[in-house]
Design a protein around this ligand. Structure first.
Ligand SMILES: *Cc1c(COP(=O)(O)O)cnc(C)c1O
Length: 254
């Protein structure tokens, strides 16, 4: 039987995910007790109707990974009217020639995928033209923790340099954290996910080298299949799509 995309009960799904997040928090070490992980609802390929339902259920942070799709949603009249406090996270690969487009989107909140000085420079230079006066654009540095060639993100060995660059040379950017996608299909029963451990050790490294407080550096890691595991390992920003919005057919890439 064919399942319609709009058949899911998003509000109910949201409650379930939030309670699973809550339970996972209880399994963490005491040093993480004060940290509340943020849920980013990944709405890619999903209709506006479901975004509004999730928003009405209390969800504020949403993630999209294609510029054009985010454009359609960010400017959607119903979203603008009903979701005034929506916070968009851009979680896809961002080409520098699309930066200006993304920076004008209403309610753009955070770019999770900064992985080069070039991109940081472009974001930094252009944000003042689009953002509120004297504001800073929040960014995360995306790390390729699995070393897979097809994955975007900077090499773990380069994270410290890029962090230093963002902090010292990009006065219009605010470093919000580090982000990884990690290898697909890792089974947490095999032990702590090495990608998550790697991202955490990148954070330790930059905090030590640059004298930063780790509590100010978010770790964006964990998706539908492993967000609880990621939280147990210190994630503060989980990006959950299909577990919340229902099954998502794979996008056919042209
Ligand atoms: C699609 C996507 C997600 C969510 O994936 P699910 O497995 O559906 O939860 C998270 N992060 C990124 C970068 C994505 O592209």
């Amino acid at each position: 039987m064919l399942r319609k995309m709009t058949d899911v009960d998003v509000k109910e799904g949201l409650k379930v995910i939030l309670s699973r997040i809550n339970e996972a928090c209880k399994r963490r070490t005491p040093e993480l007790e004060s940290v509340e992980p943020r849920l980013v609802a990944v709405s890619k390929t999903k209709p506006v109707k479901l975004i509004i339902e999730a928003y009405e259920g209390g969800q504020r942070h949403f993630g999209e990974n294609y510029v054009q799709e985010l454009e359609e949603k960010a400017y959607n009249a119903d979203i603008l009217e009903k979701c005034k406090d929506i916070r968009w996270h851009f979680i896809g690969h961002l080409q520098t020639n699309k930066v200006n487009k993304v920076l004008c989107f209403p309610n753009i909140y955070l770019i999770e995928t900064v992985d080069s000085e070039k991109l940081a420079t472009t974001l930094n230079k252009n944000w003042p033209k689009f953002g509120p006066p004297d504001s800073k654009l929040k960014v995360m540095i995306q790390v390729n923790t699995s070393g897979e060639e097809e994955k975007n993100g900077i090499d773990p060995a380069e994270v410290c340099n890029l962090t230093k660059y963002v902090l010292n040379e990009c006065s219009n950017l605010q470093l919000d954290g580090l982000m990884t996608i990690g290898r697909f299909g890792y089974n947490p029963e095999d032990g702590p996910n090495p990608d998550f451990l790697c991202l955490k050790s990148c954070r330790d490294e930059i905090c030590q080298a640059l004298d930063l407080d780790w509590k100010n550096i978010n770790l964006s890691m964990g998706m539908s299949d492993d967000f609880e595991h990621a939280i147990e390992l210190g994630s503060t920003n989980v990006r959950v799509g299909s577990s919340l919005f229902g099954f998502r057919p794979r996008k056919v890439r042209k």
